[in-house]
Design a protein around this ligand. Structure first.
Ligand code: UT7
Length: 334
């Protein structure tokens, strides 16, 4: 059995900044409401007419991660791509990435676990490395939400939250079992699937039915019961962080950096308070990027590293919760 460790981090955010004031010109919302309830000041939305999509942004973040890892694309043995906004219904973004990066014919899978997508993706990659099947794996989280949001007042409860972006990392074999990814913890509770969902187009509700229903049918826009999701998020975040710490015999005081999925600054602050962590022990960037779902944890991890906030030997905790419901954590000795 091997461990795995992260050796290269990359990110890509579309240039186009959309402020809360910009949104208030599209729908009945305002900067004060958005900042007070979510902490978000602005987000990036892909500008119409540019080449960016989830796969394209994933490829851009991947190039940076590969370059920073010191490896070549030909050293990569496998691709794990997390997204809830794939370019196509099928095939997945992973295979597009293989082509865009002109990689060897390595395997590629897509992970469909929404806001927990990156945590699930890194866990899947970790297992392949642990067994010895693969040595270097490219793990990506990328989301293109802005083209699928209801930009009228009807959609304001969800639309103001989501942002576009991508992050990527290279996971490689680590011989020392006390370093790298120490453990991953994954959970789901499918009975709440309808609390945060994009229902269609789906095989259950296909395009002709949507067209027939006309304006009335909003099932192709994300729906969220925000208060319900919020209440479950704070409980599950806490549980799964504790689970990870207990598994490794780590006290909460020993956390050097907690990187929570950037769902809502209020959720992150609640967790920070519950675990009595200082500001420098929690990394947040939702203010700039909104909620980029499967991309959020890896964008935040990349940015924390770029800002010199992650050092060798640090204990890092990644945690996420989202649609499914799904949630999970990753404990890392950097
Ligand atoms: O990433 C996956 C996991 N996702 C989450 O964890 C998100 C969890 N939920 C949340 O972050 C919060 O529930 C939201 C930020 C989505 C919403 O905040 P809230 O405090 O739960 O607000 P609410 O949905 O209860 O709405 C309160 C009021 C409503 O008006 P009335 O009925 O009180 O008159 C809404 O219509 O705020 C109104 N509202 C808005 N007003 C201005 C909803 N969205 C907006 C908006 N601008 N964008």
């Amino acid at each position: 059995m091997y461990n795995s460790k992260i050796i290269g981090l990359g990110k890509y955010l579309p240039e186009n900044v959309v402020t809360n004031d910009d949104l208030s010109k599209m729908m009945d919302t305002n900067d004060a409401w958005i900042q007070e309830r979510t902490g978000i000041k602005e987000r990036r939305w892909i500008k119409e007419g540019t080449e960016d999509t989830s796969a394209v942004m994933g490829a851009k973040a991947s190039r940076m991660a590969i370059e920073r890892s010191g490896l070549s694309k030909d050293d990569i043995d496998f691709i794990v791509f997390a997204t809830m906004t794939p370019d196509y219904y099928f095939p997945g973004c992973g295979v597009q990435l293989q082509d865009m990066l002109d990689m060897k014919n390595v395997g590629a899978i897509d992970i469909r676990n929404q806001c927990s997508g990156f945590v699930y993706a890194i866990s899947v990659a970790d297992q392949f490395i642990k067994t010895g099947m693969y040595k270097n794996i490219l793990v990506v989280g990328a989301e293109y939400h802005s083209n699928g949001l209801d930009k009228s007042t009807r959609g304001r409860g969800v639309t103001v939250i989501f942002g576009d972006g991508a992050g990527a990392c290279i996971l490689t074999r680590e011989e020392d079992d006390k370093r790298g990814i120490l453990s991953t913890h994954l959970h789901s509770e499918g009975k709440y699937a309808d609390k945060l969902i994009v229902e269609s187009p789906s095989i259950r509700h296909w395009v002709p039915e949507i067209l027939e229903a006309g304006e009335e049918d909003t099932s192709y826009f994300p729906y969220m019961d925000g208060t319900f999701v919020f209440k479950h998020a704070v409980v599950r975040f806490s549980e799964v962080i504790i689970e990870g710490l207990m598994k490794n015999g780590i006290q909460k005081e020993a956390i050097d950096m907690l990187i929570p999925h950037q769902a809502n600054l209020r959720i992150a602050q609640f967790i920070q308070k519950k675990f009595a962590l200082r500001d420098d022990q929690v990394f947040n960037n939702i203010m700039k990027y909104g909620n980029t779902t499967a991309a959020s944890v890896i964008i935040a991890l990349t940015e924390a590293w770029e800002e010199g906030k992650i050092k060798e030997g640090d204990t890092i905790v990644l945690a996420a919760f989202g649609s499914g419901f799904t949630w999970g954590s990753v404990i890392i000795k950097w």
